[in-house]
Design a protein around this ligand. Structure first.
Ligand SMILES: C[S@@+](CC[C@H](N)C(=O)[O-])C[C@H]1O[C@@H](n2cnc3c(N)ncnc32)[C@H](O)[C@@H]1O
Length: 360
């Protein structure tokens, strides 16, 4: 193994710091491409190959700056967001022209009709200055124990959203778009589990979109969508679903199984244990179960989504009050304290895992 004192290793270390220092350039170039809908533009030409001039011609501006655009595209090509190939224009001039194309990554950034599963709204949301500013507060959080979002904005994220309709829309669009992608993976990855359930309560289910998707695939399930009363007040009617307003820290409606997606990672350990104890009271002792859908951190893992898990943990630190992502041992501890001695972890084809927890 190379010694860390070798000149080559030291130089590589310096190069690494340069890259890390400007890691935000990747996000900003990505955000720019989404704002200008460059993936959609290339897609409108059949996915490429297209010239820079063809892309520029569909950017809604009187004279788009093609030299700026070329520089943004160069980084995005290097990051495999777009493909590039060089060709001789008109079959033989000396200078070469770059032709761009869609890659498996840019397919997830399409926003046009038919691109139902898109991460584009989340790219716009997470990279908005409103959600970026709390990231600048981490060292103060460590020194004082404060909450990053509150330090940056003077209030919790939910209060900020209710006072700021533009942020509310940005946030809800980001969440809704991502949810569609993730729920599809959950339905695919938990077919046998859903088939064996007669009734299901989605705790913190928002306006019921996740449960409606599940019930569309498993219409035999009687669904209860449970959330805070002000959320339920805005929930549209869905076939097979009863909406119930309430507080999960007080009581949870009874069903054969409880489903909770993206709930536990919003809360600290003590609150999670309180929620789980209420879940236990809501399900049958003998054959009931709780289905937790969240990240299971594998900080050393080589899986496709393992690295993003550790990043998402910091997203929780930036945006939530007490929320965190957990590794298996942390899950085991809170699930056991919550009254579930037996659990089973199922990986889905997404960054989320299903943790089935049993009362016996
Ligand atoms: C991050 S969202 C998750 C929504 C949904 N499960 C999903 O994955 O898209 C958290 C949800 O928990 C709800 N919530 C927060 N506190 C609650 C409480 N005490 N009782 C019931 N629901 C609550 C919020 O209103 C919100 O809809």
């Amino acid at each position: 193994m190379e010694s860390p004192d070798e000149p080559e290793a030291i130089l590589r270390g310096q190069a690494h710091i340069w890259r890390q220092m400007f890691a935000f350039a990747d996000s900003m170039a990505l955000k720019c491409a989404v704002e200008l809908r460059i993936p959609d533009i290339i897609h409108s030409y059949g996915g490429g190959p297209v010239t820079l001039a063809q892309i520029a011609s569909r950017i809604p501006a009187p004279s788009p700056g093609t030299t700026y655009l070329a520089r943004i595209m160069r980084l995005l090509v290097r990051n495999n967001i777009f493909s590039a190939q060089r060709c001789q224009p008109d079959g033989g001039h000396e200078s070469q022209e770059t032709l761009y194309g869609i890659t498996p990554s840019s397919r997830w950034l399409l926003q046009g009709p038919g691109s139902e599963l898109s991460l584009a709204p989340l790219v716009l949301m997470e990279n908005h200055p409103w959600l970026m500013s709390p990231w600048h507060c981490f060292s103060d959080c460590i020194k004082t124990g404060g909450v990053a979002f509150e330090m940056a904005h003077g209030c919790k994220i939910w209060d900020f959203a209710s006072a700021n309709p533009e942020f509310n829309r940005l946030f809800n669009d980001g969440m809704a778009g991502t949810s569609k992608i993730l729920v599809r993976a959950i339905v695919e990855g938990y077919k046998a589990g859903f088939k064996s359930i007669g009734s299901l309560v989605d705790v913190g289910g928002g306006i019921g979109v996740t449960l409606a998707t599940i019930i569309k695939s498993f219409p035999h399930i009687q669904g209860i969508n449970f959330d805070l009363p002000h959320v339920i007040a805005t929930a549209p009617a869905h076939d097979g679903i009863t909406h119930v307003g309430g507080d999960m820290f007080e009581t949870i409606p009874h069903a054969e199984a409880v489903f909770m997606k993206g709930i536990m990672h919003d809360w600290g350990n003590e609150d999670c244990v309180k929620i789980l104890r209420n879940c236990r009271k809501a399900i049958p002792e003998k054959n009931g179960k709780v289905i937790i859908v969240d990240v299971v951190l594998k900080p050393e893992g080589n899986g496709m989504f393992d690295e993003i898990g550790t990043v998402l943990d910091l997203v929780m630190m930036a945006h939530c009050s007490g929320g965190k992502e957990r590794d298996e041992l942390e899950w085991k501890n809170i699930v056991e304290k919550g009254g579930f001695p037996r659990y089973n972890i199922i990986k889905t084809s997404s960054l989320l895992f299903i943790i089935e927890a049993y009362p016996l």
